[in-house]
Ligand binder design. Structure first.
Ligand SMILES: Nc1ncnc2c1ncn2[C@@H]1O[C@H](COP(=O)(O)OP(=O)(O)OP(=O)(O)O)[C@@H](O)[C@H]1O
Ligand SMILES: [Mg+2]
Length: 240
């Protein structure tokens, strides 16, 4: 569904991503694991059209059997129309708008009113807590609830590829488990998921395929379950 070839991302003098190639199969959960500063967000932001100083190619095929299209040079709003959506690091919800208004913002590029209403109900079924709090201002939600809202808002554009940048960041263990269960459910209901995580154990447990990044390069890749058993991964990312 998505293929990245030899991606480089630069910020001034800093080479944040140095020749990364990866692919995401339709219907799968793929995860990027790595330490702080490894380049995970830079990759995900490049796919979303948020990084300008990139080289390399990003190809996307929305439906099976279509010719891959290059995403180079497209704007973030084009990506949303193509079926790619991002729940960014650090939540970034609008604090003065209600939960429901925040969710509708995720659907801003759509005109299909009935389907938007159906998707809103779907998001509320995934996150009943958001439904209970639909009129509450986003900024007054707890951290975990804001994280749910960010994921829900990303779903409201009805993406084929949902990208989540550290959805479990700062959550209590119980809520971490809940958010990973919801990610599995979203995937089971037909969405392809690209997941960036610091919580390597949880991410590898749900991922069909994983890439381990170190200072802007892929150093290891394989099925999530296999990497969980890999001694190097255990040592460096799973606390031995
Ligand atoms: N806008 C920017 N300007 C300058 N340098 C940046 C910018 N964004 C990222 N970087 C640098 O690029 C490198 C990779 O950053 P990136 O955010 O991709 O890492 P990450 O793997 O997502 O880390 P984290 O786990 O901390 O979120 C880091 O060294 C970071 O300081
Ligand atoms: Mg990051």
């Amino acid at each position: 569904m998505l293929e990245i070839r030899d991606l480089h991302v630069r910020y001034g003098g800093i080479q944040a991503v140095q020749g990364v190639s990866l692919s995401i199969a339709r219907g799968s959960i793929v995860t990027l694991i790595g330490a702080n500063g490894a380049g995970k967000s830079s990759i995900i932001r490049s796919i979303a059209g948020l990084n300008k100083t990139i080289s390399g190619e990003i190809f996307f095929t929305r439906h099976d059997g279509e010719e891959p299209v290059s995403l180079r040079g497209l704007k973030p709003e084009d990506m949303v129309r193509k079926g790619i959506s991002l729940s960014p690091e650090g939540r970034r919800i609008l604090p003065h708008l209600s939960v429901e208004e925040n969710l509708y913002l995720g659907a801003y590029s759509r005109k299909d009113k009935d389907e938007i209403a159906a998707d809103l109900e779907w998001v509320y079924s995934l996150f009943p807590r958001l439904k209970e709090r639909s009129w509450q201002k986003g900024g007054t939600l707890s951290g975990g609830e804001q994280q749910m809202l960010a994921v829900g808002r990303a779903l409201m554009s009805r993406p084929d590829l949902l990208m989540l940048d550290e959805p479990s960041l700062g959550l209590a263990p119980l809520l971490v488990r809940e958010i990973f269960e919801i990610i599995k459910r979203i995937n089971a209901e037909g969405k392809t998921v690209l997941l960036v995580e610091q919580n390597a154990f949880a991410a590898l447990s749900v991922a069909h395929y994983a890439y381990i990044l170190e200072v802007g390069r892929v150093v290891l890749e394989g099925p999530g379950r296999e990497l969980l058993e890999n001694p190097k991964v255990k040592e460096a990312y799973l606390g031995g």
